[in-house]
Design a protein around this ligand. Structure first.
Ligand code: PHE
Length: 470
């Protein structure tokens, strides 16, 4: 079967596809918001340390497990660390399944706001439009939500259907540069706004008085989400690398680009927000608030050339989300292809269709159907596993971010650091060159000791102290 598996055409193909997976709603929707919530600079600094000390070593571990075994999540972990480790791979596949089912709904919102802002670009922004109301109306409109998320699912399925090179890599090659150009345009425009100085200070000047201990753990939890780690995605993408492509270079580039884009997105959003008096008080409410309630209006009322940049911004969100949803579907699909021998086309349709059944639940959990929107697991179990969250969407997001990704990431550190031999991992990382401490020893130290300790701290914090990372 190996001969039939896809392959990236080059190291660049892997880097673009994996960066596309990493850059997504995590960068544009979650990161700016949690930075805001946690008081800026000090949080950003802690996040950067987490990315370097935990995210990067795990990125290397996942890619090397994939490259070594040339198998998707379940088979790869079995081959690399032992038969029981298939369970960890299966945990990842399940996580990909659940994450995709609700991620698609938020991605669908970007389509809605693109079409709205495109309309306003043509006909002018309606004065007195209450953006909070608009958001509430669209998110609780069941038919609209189903339509938007169905559209997004079709796009995702179509790309995965076409395969590794013709689908996933081609889309990443086309969209990532477009995304980069849009982001740079937005950045230039934002930096010329009056609030940009204050925004830069807020983001880059650490004030440790603002930082609560819990925020350190939140930064760690987010580093998994944003780098697509802890659920087999990078293992799967790593399995399409040929042995001539470097895991180290690819990992460093992906992590750097993802971080850069999260920071740029934050500078853009905060420059806009700080330019408007009184806006700071309004933004704080929720993650969706910043991206889908505050920003749409600000583009039209405050940002220079905003009526053109507004629609472009939502194209950016949609493209970033699409390169992430395809990676999520690929994890599930490639498992079915590799472990159950189905042809890609059949596997894609089957997996995409099954995930969509759960997407329906997420799509109607913003008020459209009250039983689903108000779903709650009572008592201590609900509190621990779902953070007492109400509604299918919030419960799924909580469970994935707080439980599935950290435990999956922890297992990967143990598999790569303690169950795979030194020789196995070294072969994948040094590629025949002389292994120095810097080229290999440092990674081994981080994957064996630093990363698992840090993740164990998150898990214990969630379990014992009930900390919420979603
Ligand atoms: N990294 C993506 C983001 O930041 C989310 C994601 C997680 C995608 C896990 C794939 C796998 O939005």
């Amino acid at each position: 079967m190996d001969g039939q598996r896809g392959n990236w055409s080059s190291n660049m193909g892997l880097i673009l596809a994996a960066t596309g997976s990493a850059i997504g709603l995590g960068n544009l929707w979650k990161f700016p918001f949690i930075t805001w919530e946690n008081g800026g600079g000090a949080f950003v600094l802690v996040y950067l340390i987490c990315i370097a000390a935990v995210g990067l070593p795990i990125m290397m571990a996942e890619l090397l497990i994939g490259r070594k075994t040339q198998k998707s999540a379940v088979g790869a972990l079995k081959d690399a660390a032992g038969p029981m480790w298939g369970i960890v791979g299966a945990w990842g596949v399940l996580c990909g399944f659940i994450l995709l089912s609700y991620y698609t709904v938020i991605a669908g919102w970007s389509l809605f706001y693109f079409s709205k802002s495109f309309g306003w670009m043509v006909s002018g922004f309606p004065s007195g439009m209450a953006m909070g109301d608009l958001f509430g109306e669209q998110s609780s409109n069941g038919a609209l939500q189903l339509g938007l998320s169905f559209g997004f699912s079709i796009a995702t399925v179509s790309v995965v259907y076409l395969g590794v090179q013709k689908g996933i890599e081609r889309i990443a090659r086309t969209f990532l540069p477009v995304l980069g150009v849009i982001l740079v345009l937005l950045l230039f425009s934002a930096l010329r706004m009056s609030g940009s100085g204050e925004a830069l200070v807020f983001i880059f000047q650490p004030n440790f008085n603002e930082l609560e201990p819990v925020a350190i753990l939140e930064a760690l939890g987010h580093s998994f989400f944003t780098l697509s780690l802890g659920m087999g995605c990078m293992v799967t993408y790593g399995s399409y690398i040929s042995k001539t492509q470097s895991v180290v270079k690819a990992s460093a580039t992906i992590v750097l680009l993802d971080t850069l884009i999260a920071l740029i997105a934050t500078v853009i959003m905060f420059s806009v927000i700080f330019s408007v008096p009184g806006m700071e008080e309004q933004v704080g409410g929720s993650t969706v608030g910043m991206l889908f309630i505050s920003l749409p209006e600000l583009f039209f009322t405050e940002v220079p050339l905003g009526r053109f940049l507004g629609p472009l911004f939502y194209v950016l969100v949609a493209l970033a989300a699409l390169t992430s949803t395809i990676s999520l579907l690929e994890v599930v699909t490639s498992y079915v292809i590799d472990e159950h021998g189905l042809a890609r086309q059949k596997a894609t349709l089957m997996c995409g269709g099954t995930v969509f059944i759960f997407t329906i639940l997420a799509a109607i959990s913003f008020g459209a159907v009250s039983g689903v929107s108000n779903l709650v697991v009572p008592g201590a179990i609900g509190e621990t596993l779902f953070g007492g969250k109400i509604g299918w969407f919030s419960m799924a997001d909580h469970f994935v971010s707080n439980w599935m990704l950290p435990t999956g990431g922890f297992a990967v550190t143990i598999a790569a650091g303690w169950f795979m031999t030194r020789e196995d991992t070294m072969n994948e990382l040094v590629d025949g060159t002389q292994p120095s401490w810097f080229r290999y020893g440092a990674w081994r130290f981080f994957i064996r000791f630093v990363a698992p300790t840090a993740i164990a701290a998150i898990i214990i914090a969630v379990m014992i102290f009930g900390v919420d990372f979603s």
